[in-house]
Design a protein around this ligand. Structure first.
Ligand SMILES: C[S@@+](CC[C@H](N)C(=O)[O-])C[C@H]1O[C@@H](n2cnc3c(N)ncnc32)[C@H](O)[C@@H]1O
Length: 393
């Protein structure tokens, strides 16, 4: 079976597919998430003893502190701006020494694993934290982090990764054949054609929600400090190709027009556009642009996916409702309607979670006429079926 996750994140779906003995393809636009995903899905190939030796060398390097006397070759990324210094001075010196060690690694997958390990702990030793978006620690009343054992923290992460690799390899040894997985570090919306037409049996995915959670900004430190991005224009280019883009990207552009012929949604977007005109693009007009781009991308997603599905194949999309400017959008239902218009059959709408956390929960009451109604945030697994062969040309 061939499984696709078009929004692969750090690879959860792809790993589960491999564990079932299935082949898998993923797309992930965020270079840091794509790297984490790539390292995970290639785990079966890794020689753990090489990793262990390198972790031991890393530990020695950290303890010798020879790097304290020399000057690190790595530099603070020039294009990276932060409101307060991202790392305190003592920590930054260790970080640069760690990056020097990583840079010296000549075995590609070892270097990748070290980058992922460093990336997964770097915020925990910084003056920033996730709340759930990235912000200064000071902004949430937490003290800055002046001192930390960066080498020890990265090393412990690497040992956890090593254990995960061993467990995964044991699991995979059960299969008669080794299934394969690939992740494309690209936008699915623009590059779905890289998949053979009518080759996908199952899609399991969760796209970005209509809550403007800024995946890219939240990994800005990773992207800059690991040298994946050097200047803001590179981030902008990724933002423009992201699913739904972001409110910040599209709020002030010209009025966006909905591509699907859905009169009720058009009317709802018109109502949204009319909210709080006194706030300019910060009011309804900016959010209506964002929501329209989002639903247009839902349509592009469905059209792309239909052309890649094997006749009768299954698509499961986990998606939640959202609240914009006090208006509830039942994104799951709207998504299902768009999918149906594109040619999918709606099989079921499974409620997977009743309550979500996240930034939209703070707005979870909606005005209906003159009264305010509490709106429950939920998530649905929308199950779709691709048409059978007789529908295909
Ligand atoms: C809800 S997350 C997926 C989480 C994933 N299921 C996991 O376990 O990590 C959505 C992901 O879609 C990615 N994304 C956004 N636009 C994309 C696009 N056009 N092509 C591919 N990936 C995209 C984001 O970077 C983000 O990692």
């Amino acid at each position: 079976m061939l499984v696709l996750d078009p929004f692969a994140g750090v690879g959860t779906t792809l790993i589960e597919a491999l564990k079932q003995g299935d082949d898998a393809i993923g797309f992930e636009i965020n270079p840091y998430a794509a790297l984490a995903c790539k390292t995970k899905i290639q785990t079966a190939k890794y020689d753990v003893s090489i990793l262990e030796t390198t972790i031991a060398r890393f530990e020695d390097y950290g303890e010798e502190e020879s790097w304290l006397n020399g000057k690190p070759r790595s530099r603070r990324p020039r294009g990276f701006r932060s409101r307060v210094p991202f790392f305190s001075p003592d920590i930054e010196l260790q970080v640069l020494a760690c990056l020097d060690f990583i840079e010296e690694q000549t075995t590609g997958w070892v270097k990748d694993l070290f980058q992922v390990a460093f990336g997964s702990v770097m915020v925990s030793v910084s003056n920033y934290s996730y709340e759930p978006s990235l912000g200064t620690r000071a902004g949430t009343g937490k003290p800055n982090i002046e001192f930390a054992d960066v080498f020890g923290i990265v090393r412990r992460k690497l040992l956890e990764i090593r254990q995960d690799i061993v467990t995964f390899q044991d699991w995979m040894a059960k299969h008669g054949r080794t299934p394969s997985a690939t992740v494309h570090p690209l936008s699915y919306l623009d590059h779905a054609h890289r998949i053979e037409p009518h080759s996908i049996d199952v899609v399991i995915t969760s796209p970005p929600y209509l809550n403007n959670y800024h995946y890219l900004r939240n990994t800005r430190p990773h992207l800059y400090w690991l040298g994946m991005v050097h200047e803001p224009s590179q981030l902008k280019a990724i933002e423009h190709r992201s699913f739904g883009q972001f409110w910040q990207t599209v709020r002030s552009g010209p009025e966006v027009v909905l591509n699907s012929c859905m009169p009720q949604l058009v009317e709802k977007l018109r109502e949204l556009r009319g909210r709080h005109p006194e706030k300019g693009v910060y009011g309804g007009s900016g959010w209506a642009n964002y929501a329209t781009v989002y639903f247009n991308d839902c349509q592009r997603f469905c059209a792309n996916t239909l052309s890649r599905m094997r006749p009768g194949g299954t698509v499961v999309v986990v998606i939640g409702n959202n609240i914009l400017q006090g208006m509830e959008f039942q994104t799951d239902r709207l998504f299902a309607e768009i999918a149906e218009r594109e040619g999918f059959k709606i099989v079921d709408m499974h409620e997977v979670r009743k309550k979500r956390t996240g930034n939209s929960i703070v707005n979870s009451s909606v005005r209906v006429g003159t009264v305010k109604r509490r709106v429950r945030l939920y998530e649905t697994a929308v199950e779709l079926r691709a048409p059978g062969s007789r529908y295909l040309n």
